[in-house]
Design a protein around this ligand. Structure first.
Ligand SMILES: CC(C)(COP(=O)(O)OP(=O)(O)OC[C@H]1O[C@@H](n2cnc3c(N)ncnc32)[C@H](O)[C@@H]1OP(=O)(O)O)[C@@H](O)C(=O)NCCC(=O)NCCS
Length: 182
């Protein structure tokens, strides 16, 4: 999502029932990087901890992550950022789509879980995928995110084990085919 990409608030705003806050989607800005990295680590430590042992959480959300390299990965991708209507706005989540249909990072803040933020971001990604003519999207879903992706029409290809800073984590390769949604 380039900074010029229009994101209409009517299409993407949703009410956040717990806090009575509006959520809006906007394109990624280069100065978002540090806040997104903070959200990434915090979500893993507070949400994914339900499904992964502490040693794996420590490796995944490591303090050793190279912030510059982590933020550079947003370049040349479609990235959507969700923020709430508090003053100043708090980042509620982010999601990204690579040109080949790979969905890489999708994270909703621990304080905005299960309020439709993830679904709204994925709908923006599906709309962008349609705009780009992508027929297939794929993701390595965490165990935490598996029911979320299933609810959006993704199907499981296989479970796999991946290495992360010396720990072995289980995730699930999933795909979404446009032909199956017609
Ligand atoms: C996975 C994640 C992005 C979902 O975001 P979210 O904003 O909480 O999800 P939504 O509120 O949009 O949920 C949409 C639907 O997904 C399904 N869903 C989401 N979380 C679920 C859960 N824990 N259990 C069962 N179904 C779930 C439901 O069908 C839900 O609809 P409903 O609330 O009307 O029943 C979020 O939980 C998250 O950040 N998880 C930790 C980070 C992570 O694992 N990211 C994925 C890396 S690939």
């Amino acid at each position: 999502m380039s900074p010029d990409t229009p994101v209409t608030s009517s299409a993407t705003a949703l009410l956040c029932p717990a806090a009575i806050l509006m959520i809006r989607l906007r394109p990624y800005r280069p100065d978002d990087g540090p806040r997104l990295l903070h959200l990434f680590r915090d979500t893993i430590r507070r949400v994914n901890i339900r499904d992964y042992p502490a040693s794996q959480i420590t490796a995944w959300a490591s303090d050793e992550i190279d912030a510059s390299a982590w933020c550079r990965r947003f370049e040349d991708r479609f990235v959507v950022v969700a923020e709430d209507s508090s003053e100043p706005p708090r980042v509620a989540g982010f999601a990204e789509l690579e040109p080949d249909g790979h969905i890489d990072r999708v994270y909703v803040s621990a304080d905005h879980q299960r309020q439709g933020v993830g679904r709204a971001m994925l709908q923006a990604i599906l709309a962008e995928a349609e705009r780009q003519g992508l027929e297939r999207l794929f993701v390595e879903a965490s165990l935490t995110a598996l029911p979320f992706f299933e609810s959006l029409g993704f199907s499981t290809i296989a479970r796999q084990t991946v290495e992360c800073r010396g720990e072995r984590l289980v995730n699930v390769r999933m795909e979404w085919l446009r032909s199956e949604t017609l």
